[in-house]
Design a protein around this ligand. Structure first.
Ligand SMILES: Nc1ncnc2c1ncn2[C@@H]1O[C@H](COP(=O)(O)OP(=O)(O)OP(=O)(O)O)[C@@H](O)[C@H]1O
Ligand SMILES: [Mg+2]
Length: 238
């Protein structure tokens, strides 16, 4: 049998993450070995405190492991300069944070434009057009001039999603992107993620507590107490 090597977007090897505070040490991740292939849509499940957000932050190059290696497109992340990392985070990676992280004194449309501000060669009009398109995708065209505090939790979540997808990232990391949404809106967000995955070939890792949404992805990674306890490839996956 020949071995097929899918190009891996991300590869974690022996990753461990320890959080240290004054008196306490928390082993948030332990011996994580995980490869995500280009074009995959992976879901990450597990109980509260099991390390899902920690894992996503490391996958998104927002945090570094205490031990172990992270490779992006086969290149060890330690070898990237800070400048290279900043460009990669801005141009290649979209991130939906569990707590949204919206800028409260910026209007919705300006929040969505933030990732585009660091892209060279885009005019203000082009940025605005892309932001309005992303807001339309998440069903928020009527709220573009509002401030985040004037929106419901689910609407703020959709602004965070619009901001993550506005630059058409090749890698999207989403921490419970449908957590505060009703099932209809959750399905619409999933449709957007599936479109990004299939039409734009984005690689996606999504944390979710929803078995139904996870079942529609290519692979479910379950973590418990900082360990990967199972990986199920779903039969509809290619
Ligand atoms: N900055 C931090 N400092 C200290 N401990 C932390 C920090 N962030 C997370 N932890 C701890 O690491 C463990 C994993 O946290 P993490 O946020 O990754 O869990 P999670 O699976 O995302 O949980 P949830 O479903 O509640 O979001 C928890 O025990 C948490 O208390
Ligand atoms: Mg979390």
């Amino acid at each position: 049998m020949t071995t097929i090597h899918q190009p891996s977007v991300l590869a974690l090897t022996g990753v461990e993450k320890v959080y240290r505070t004054d008196k306490l040490e928390t082993l948030a991740l332990s011996n994580i070995n995980l490869t995500i292939a280009a074009g995959e849509f992976v879901s990450i499940m597990g109980p509260s405190g099991s390390g899902k957000s920690t894992l996503l932050n490391i996958l998104g190059l927002l945090d570094v492991p205490s031990q172990g290696g992270v490779a992006l497109h086969g290149k060890n992340v330690e070898n990237f300069s800070d400048k290279e990392l900043a460009v990669i985070r801005n141009q290649e990676i979209g991130f939906v944070f569990q707590s949204f992280h919206l800028v409260n004194d910026l209007r919705v449309v300006d929040n969505v434009e933030i990732p585009l501000l660091y892209r060279k060669g885009l005019s203000g009009a082009e940025r605005r057009k892309m932001a309005l398109e992303a807001l339309e995708m998440v069903g928020l065209s009527s709220r573009t001039k509002h401030f985040p505090s004037q929106l419901s939790g689910g609407q703020q979540q959709r602004v965070a999603i619009a901001r993550a997808i506005v630059g058409k990232p090749r890698l999207l990391l989403a921490d419970e992107p449908t957590g505060n949404l009703d099932s209809k809106m959750g399905d619409e967000i999933m449709n957007i993620l599936h479109t990004l995955n299939t039409s734009h070939h984005a690689t996606i890792a999504m944390v979710t507590h929803d078995d139904r949404l996870a079942a529609a992805t290519d692979r479910i990674i379950r973590i418990f107490d900082g360990h990967i306890v199972s990986t199920s490839v779903l039969s509809h996956a290619a």
